[in-house]
Design a protein around this ligand. Structure first.
Ligand code: ATP
Ligand code: MG
Length: 574
C-alpha cells in the first residue's frame, strides 16, 4: 500500500475530547473518527486492525467447533417481550417504530434471536451441541459513552451462543469457550487475566471476564497473591470475619439515645461531629426499583455494591431514591435516614449482624440515634452480602492477601442455563423422545475494545506500539528522500518484493521531510520499519528498526526479505 494514495490523516495535536491514551492515539493515528457521541467510523488503518482481530477470533472459533452466522441488527419487540427484556432492559435498549407503528429495537445482544432460531430449527438431541457465533455491529445507548471505541454506543462484537442437552454438556461448551477466548487474547498479543464475574464460589463459576491489564481500565480486579482466585471487584467475595454470625448479646445493649446533628449528613461529617468511628455507624440507603423501594444497610466504612443488590432483588432497574422519595419514606431530608420505623423491606449487609450499639440516622432532620440495636429497635428483613470488596479484605478461598489491578473487559463468557430456552420454549427431543429444555451459554468479545485495549497496553510518548498479530501492517517501508533516484528505485523494487512475498507493507512514498515521516511512523506504530538512506544503501545496507524496543539492525539489501520474515514470525508467536 502506498502511503501517498492511502487515507491516513494523522494529527499532530492531542484531541481535547480524548481522555485516555488509546482514544487519543487512535484519533491521532487516523484510525477512527467520531460521527456522533459514541458512534465512530473506522478509517482504513483502524479497520485493518479490526479485521486482524476478527480473523483471529474466526480461526479460534472454527477451531473450537463454533459455526458462524449473521443475525439482523433490527429486532422486533415481540421477541424481546417473550423474555420480558423489552420492559427490563432499560434505556440502553434503543427502541423505535417502523412506518406501520410496530416496535423494534437495535440489537444490544442477541439471545432472543438465536434462541428463536434454535427453537425453530433444532428438534432432536442429535443436532446438539451447537455453538453459533457472529461478528456484528451492536448498539447500546450507553449512559456515558467514552474513551472512543472502548465504550461506544455502536460497536462491533463477536457474540456466540451454545446449546446443549444438559448442564454437564453445557459446562463442556463453556470450558471450550474459556480456552478459545484465552487463545484469542493471547494471540492478539495481550496481557490479560481471567476473572470471576459472578459470585462463583457458590454458583459454580458461571461467568468469567477476560480483562486486559491497563492503568486506565474502568474495572478493578482483585486477585489472590497465594492462590488462583481472581474476580471483578464488583463480584469479589471475601473472607468474612468470624464475628459476622449473629452475635448480639442484649445484655450489652445500651439505652437508645437521640442526639442532635445539625446539618451533619455524610458519614464523615457525622462521625467527626459525634467522635465515633465510621465502622460503628450504619448507613441507610433507600433504593427504588421496579419491585418497589428497599432500605439497604451497610457499615459506615463500607460501600454498597449495587450489582449485588440488583442481583439479590433480581432487577435490572435499581437506583438510589430521589430526595422526594427519601423524604416520603423517612419523613426526613436526605442524610438523616435510619432503619427505625421504616415500612419498607430492610436488607442489611452480613457485616452488620455482629454490630451492637451503633449510630444511625433518626429519620428526623438534624438528628441521629446512638446505641441502636437490631432486634430491640428494629428488624431486618434479610441479611445479604451487599458490600463492596474493600482494602484489607482477604481471599475467600485461602485467606491470602489480595492485589488490586485495573483492567479493561474485552471478553465475557456466561452460563445461561435454561433462562432463555424456558422463556421462549426452546426444546429438543431426547433419546427417549421426551421433550427437554436446551441448556445455553453466551459468549462475547468487544472487537473494537480489544484493539483499543491493545493500544492502552502498548504505547510510548511517540505513539502506538502495535503487537505484530493485530498491527494494521507488519512493515513500514520508509525511503528518507523519495526524490533521490537510488532511494526511490530501491524502495519501489523492495515494495514489490515484499508484496509478492506476502509481507503486509505500507510504503511511505510521500515527498515529506524525513522528520515528518519518522514522526508518523512512530505514531502509527507499525512493528517493523525499513529505512532506506543514501549512505547505507551505497554500502548495500538497509536499516530495520523494531518499534517496540528501538533496536536497529543493519541488513544486507539482499537479506532484507528473509530478515523481515524471520522477525515477523518471531513477533507473531510471542
Ligand atoms: P461493560 O460492563 O463494559 O458495559 P458488558 O458486561 O455490558 O460490558 P457484555 O454484555 O458482556 O458487556 O458484552 C460483551 C463484550 O462486548 C464486552 O466484554 C466488551 O468487550 C464489549 N462491549 C460491551 N459494551 C461495549 C461498549 N459500549 N463499547 C465497546 N465494547 C463493548
Ligand atoms: Mg455494559
Amino acid at each position: 500500500m502506498r502511503y501517498s494514495q492511502y487515507l491516513l490523516p494523522t494529527l499532530k495535536e492531542v484531541p481535547s475530547e480524548a481522555e485516555v491514551p488509546s482514544h487519543q492515539l487512535m484519533l491521532r493515528a487516523g484510525m477512527i473518527r467520531k460521527l456522533a457521541s459514541g458512534v465512530y467510523s473506522y478509517l482504513p488503518l483502524g479497520l485493518r486492525s479490526i479485521r486482524k482481530v476478527e480473523t483471529i477470533i474466526r480461526e479460534e472459533m472454527n477451531r473450537s467447533g463454533a459455526i458462524e452466522v449473521l443475525l439482523p441488527i433490527v429486532l422486533p419487540a415481540e421477541l424481546w417481550q417473550e423474555t420480558h427484556r423489552w420492559e427490563e432492559y432499560g434505556k440502553e435498549l434503543l427502541r423505535f417504530k417502523d412506518r406501520h407503528n410496530r416496535d423494534y429495537c437495535m440489537g444490544p445482544t442477541q439471545e432472543e434471536v438465536i434462541t428463536d432460531i434454535a427453537r425453530r430449527e433444532i428438534r432432536s438431541y442429535r443436532q446438539i451441541p451447537l455453538n453459533l457465533f457472529q461478528i456484528q455491529t451492536k448498539f447500546r445507548d450507553e449512559i456515558r459513552p467514552r474513551f472512543g471505541v472502548m465504550r461506544a454506543r455502536e460497536f462491533i462484537m463477536k457474540d456466540g451462543y451454545s446449546f446443549d442437552v444438559d448442564g454437564k454438556n453445557a459446562d463442556e461448551s463453556y470450558q471450550k469457550m474459556y480456552e478459545a477466548y484465552s487463545r484469542v487474547f493471547a494471540r492478539c498479543g495481550l496481557k490479560f487475566k481471567v476473572v470471576e464475574a459472578e459470585s462463583g464460589l457458590i454458583g459454580g463459576h458461571f461467568s468469567h471476564e477476560f480483562m486486559v491489564l491497563a492503568e486506565t481500565g474502568e474495572e478493578t480486579i482483585v486477585s489472590c497473591t497465594h492462590c488462583a482466585y481472581a474476580a471483578n471487584i464488583e463480584k469479589a467475595e471475601f473472607k468474612r470475619s468470624e464475628r459476622t454470625s449473629w452475635s448480639n448479646d442484649p445484655n450489652l445493649f445500651k439505652p437508645l439515645q437521640k442526639t442532635l446533628t445539625p446539618n451533619q449528613r455524610t458519614v464523615e461529617e457525622v462521625t467527626q461531629f459525634l467522635t465515633v468511628l465510621s465502622k460503628d455507624l450504619v448507613k441507610t440507603l433507600i433504593f427504588e426499583s421496579d419491585k418497589g423501594c428497599v432500605a439497604a444497610l451497610v457499615r459506615g466504612d463500607h460501600e454498597i455494591n449495587e450489582k449485588k443488590l440488583k442481583a439479590f432483588l433480581a432487577t435490572e432497574n435499581l437506583q438510589l431514591a430521589s430526595e422526594e422519595t427519601v423524604e416520603e419514606i423517612t419523613h426526613a431530608p436526605k442524610g438523616f435516614a435510619g432503619p427505625l420505623g421504616l415500612s419498607i423491606p430492610i436488607l442489611a449487609d452480613l457485616d452488620i449482624q455482629s454490630m451492637t450499639n451503633f449510630v444511625t440516622g433518626a429519620n428526623e432532620k438534624d438528628a441521629h440515634l446512638l446505641h441502636v440495636n437490631i432486634g430491640r429497635d428494629f428488624h431486618i428483613s434479610q441479611f445479604v452480602d451487599l458490600r463492596k470488596f474493600t482494602q484489607g479484605d482477604l481471599c475467600p478461598l485461602c485467606g491470602g492477601e489480595m492485589r488490586w489491578d485495573r483492567g479493561i473487559e474485552v471478553g465475557h463468557i456466561f452460563k445461561l442455563g435454561t433462562k432463555y430456552s424456558n422463556a421462549m420454549g426452546a426444546t429438543y427431543l431426547d433419546e427417549q423422545g421426551k421433550e427437554k429444555m436446551m441448556v445455553m451459554g453466551t459468549y462475547g468479545i468487544g472487537v473494537g475494545r480489544t484493539v483499543a485495549a491493545a493500544i492502552e497496553q502498548s504505547y510510548d510518548q511517540n505513539g502506538i506500539i502495535f503487537p505484530m498479530p493485530i498491527a494494521p501492517f507488519q512493515v513500514l517501508l520508509l525511503p528518507v528522500n523519495i526524490k533521490i533516484d537510488l532511494l526511490k528505485e530501491t524502495a519501489e523494487q523492495l515494495h514489490q518484493t515484499l508484496l509478492a512475498n506476502g509481507v503486509e507493507v505500507l510504503y511511505d512514498d510521500r515527498e515529506e521531510t524525513p522528520g515528518v515521516k519518522f514522526k508518523d511512523a512512530d505514531l502509527i506504530g507499525i512493528p517493523l520499519r525499513v529505512t532506506l538512506g543514501e549512505k547505507n544503501l551505497k554500502k548495500g545496507l538497509v536499516e530495520i528498526k523494531k518499534r517496540r524496543t528501538g533496536e536497529i539492525f543493519l541488513v544486507k539489501q539482499q537479506e532484507v526479505l528473509s530478515k523481515l520474515k524471520e522477525m515477523i514470525d518471531q513477533e507473531m508467536n510471542c
